[in-house]
Design a protein around this ligand. Structure first.
Ligand code: ARG
Length: 475
C-alpha cells in the first residue's frame, strides 16, 4: 500500500517500486515502529486532536497488530513499500479510515530515524552484554595462567618473558574501552527525533518531549531539520563495531598462531574447531579465522555509511534509506561472532611447559643484564652495549646467557660479575617487573581481579538498562 498518490495521475513503474522498496530489510523495525506509534497516538489524544473513542480503537488495533507481528500472523506483502506502509495497511485492515488518523503531525522521516534509534539502542545493549561476557572469559582464562611464564613478543620476535595471564588479560582492556565508547554513544543516541515531522516541525499541538519520555529517550532533538537527517549515531555505532571487530581480529590472529604446529601452545577444544573435507588429520581454528575475517565486513559497513552521508544536503534524502542494511549486517555479524569467540576462549587449554621452556629462548633475558649494570650506576647506553655483546658471544656457540664464564663477563664490562646470573632467570625477570601495570604475577593477579570487579559493575548497569528497555517496549 502506498502512503502517497493523490497528486499522481500515473502509477509507479515496476522498476521504481523495486528500487524504492525496503520492506524486505526494514521489516525488523516493526516492533519499534509500533511502539513509537503508540507514543505518537497518546500525544494526539492528549492534545485533543483525536476523539477518545478513536484513540482507544487505534490503540487496541496497534497492540493487536504488535502481537500478530510477533507471532508472524501479520507480515509484509509484495505490494508494501516499507515497514511504515505495511503497518499502516495492517491498521487500516482492522480499523478502516480512522487508521489513517495516526499519520497526523508525523512523517516517515522522523518516524524511521526514531525507529532506528530504538533498534540501535536495543541491539547495542545486547552487544555490550556479549562484550562483558567475552571479557569474563578472557579474564578467567588469564587467571588460570597468571603464574605461567611465556615469551612476550615485539615484531613476533621474543622480547621479554611475561606472565601468560598478563598476555591474555590485555584483550579484556581493549574491550573495556569499547564498552566505554558504547556508554558514550548511548548518551548521544538516546535522543528522540519524533515530532520533527518531515523537516520543519508541526503546526499541530504535539509535544515531542512527552513522546521522548514515553519512549525512554534521555532527551529530544533541538533542531527538527537536523533530527531527520542526522545519522551520526549509525556511523558512530559502525565505528564502535569496526573497532570491536579489529580487537576480535587480533585475538583471532593470536589464537591461530598459538594453535599452529610451530607454536603448539594452544589446544583449541574440538567443539570450537572444524575439520577438513580432504585431510583427515586436520583440526582448524576456523572460529579464530572468522573473527579475523569478519572484521573486513564490519569496516566495510562503516565506510559504506560514511560515504553515503558525505555531502548529503539539507534535510531528509532517500539516500538515507541506505543506512539500515550496513547497520543490521554489523549487528548480526557481532552477535554471531561474540558468543563463538567467548566459547572458544573459555575452552582453550594452553601448554604451560612449552610456553615456560620457550620463555628464556631468543635471549629474552638480555634486558636483565642491562638493568643489572644500571643498578651498578653504569649509564644505560653502555649497559645496553654490554648486554648486546653478551648475546653476540653466546650466539657464536649457541650458549645461554647464564652460561657465560666469569672471565667472559668481565671481558665484556668490568662491572659485570657473577652476581648477574641471579637475575638471569625467567622467574627473577617476571617478579622484578613490579612497576604499575607490569608483568609481575602478583601484580597481574591484582590487575585481573580489579578488571573483574569493574566488569561486574558494567554487567549490572547493562542488565538494568535492558530491563528498562523491555519494560518501555511492552508498555
Ligand atoms: N524507507 C525510508 C527510509 O528508510 C523512509 C521513508 C521516507 N521516504 C520518503 N520518501 N520520505 O529512509
Amino acid at each position: 500500500m502506498a502512503l502517497w498518490g493523490g497528486r499522481f495521475s500515473q502509477g509507479t513503474a515496476d522498476t521504481v517500486f523495486a528500487l524504492s522498496r525496503s520492506v524486505h530489510f526494514d521489516w525488523r523495525l516493526a516492533p519499534y515502529d509500533l511502539r513509537s506509534s503508540l507514543a505518537h497516538l497518546s500525544v494526539l489524544e492528549s492534545s485533543g486532536l483525536l476523539e477518545k473513542s478513536d484513540a482507544a480503537a487505534i490503540k487496541a488495533a496497534l497492540k493487536e497488530l504488535a502481537s500478530e507481528v510477533e507471532s508472524g500472523a501479520f507480515t509484509a506483502n509484495a505490494d508494501d513499500e516499507d515497514v511504515h506502509s505495511a503497518l499502516e495497511r495492517g491498521l487500516n485492515e482492522k480499523l478502516g479510515v480512522i487508521g489513517g488518523a495516526l499519520r497526523a503531525g508525523r512523517s516517515r522521516n522522523d518516524q524511521v530515524t526514531t525507529d532506528l534509534r530504538l533498534f540501535s539502542i536495543d541491539h547495542m545493549l545486547e552487544i555490550a552484554r556479549q562484550l562483558t561476557l567475552l571479557q569474563i572469559a578472557l579474564l578467567e582464562k588469564a587467571e588460570e595462567y597468571v603464574n605461567d611464564s611465556a615469551p612476550g613478543f615485539t615484531h613476533i620476535q621474543h622480547a621479554q618473558p611475561v606472565s601468560f595471564g598478563h598476555e591474555l588479560a590485555k584483550h579484556a582492556h581493549a574491550f573495556a574501552r569499547d564498552l566505554d565508547r558504547i556508554n558514550d554513544w548511548l548518551s548521544r543516541t538516546s535522543v528522540s527525533s519524533l515530532g520533527a515531522g518531515a523537516l520543519a516541525g508541526s503546526s499541530l499541538p504535539l509535544d515531542p518531549k512527552t513522546t521522548a519520555n514515553d519512549l525512554g529517550f534521555s532527551s529530544v532533538f533541538a533542531n527538527s531539520i537536523d533530527a531527520v537527517s542526522d545519522r551520526d549515531y549509525v556511523a558512530e555505532a559502525l565505528f564502535i563495531f569496526s573497532l570491536v571487530g579489529v580487537h576480535l581480529s587480533r585475538i583471532g590472529e593470536e589464537w591461530s598462531l598459538w594453535a599452529s604446529t610451530e607454536f603448539a601452545w594452544a589446544k583449541v577444544s574440538d567443539s570450537y574447531s572444524t575439520g577438513s573435507s580432504i585431510m583427515p588429520q586436520k583440526k582448524n581454528p576456523d572460529m579464530a579465522e572468522l573473527a579475523r575475517g569478519k572484521s573486513g565486513r564490519l569496516i566495510g559497513n562503516l565506510v559504506s555509511v560514511l560515504t553515503m552521508l558525505k555531502a548529503l544536503p539539507f534535510a531528509y534524502n532517500r539516500d538515507l534509506q541506505e543506512d539500515k542494511e550496513p547497520l543490521f549486517d554489523s549487528v548480526d555479524t557481532l552477535l554471531l561472532v561474540l558468543p563463538a569467540i567467548t566459547g572458544m576462549i573459555a575452552t582453550t587449554d594452553f601448554d604451560r611447559e612449552k610456553m615456560s621452556l620457550a620463555a628464556p629462548m631468543g635471549y629474552s633475558l638480555a634486558t636483565e643484564i642491562a638493568d643489572y649494570l644500571v643498578l651498578k650506576k653504569i649509564p644505560f647506553a653502555q649497559a645496553h652495549e654490554a648486554a648486546g655483546k653478551c648475546v653476540a658471544l653466546c650466539e657464536k656457540d649457541g650458549r645461554g646467557l647464564h652460561q657465560l664464564s666469569d672471565s667472559e663477563l668481565a671481558s665484556v664490562h668490568p662491572a659485570l660479575d657473577a652476581g648477574v646470573r641471579a637475575v638471569l632467570t625467567v622467574d627473577g625477570a617476571l617478579n622484578s617487573r613490579t612497576t604499575h601495570g607490569g608483568t609481575a604475577p602478583d601484580l597481574v593477579a591484582a590487575q585481573i581481579s580489579l578488571a573483574l570487579k569493574i566488569n561486574s559493575g558494567t554487567m549490572a548497569t547493562i542488565t538494568s538498562a535492558q530491563a528498562h528497555f523491555s519494560e518501555m517496549m511492552s508498555a
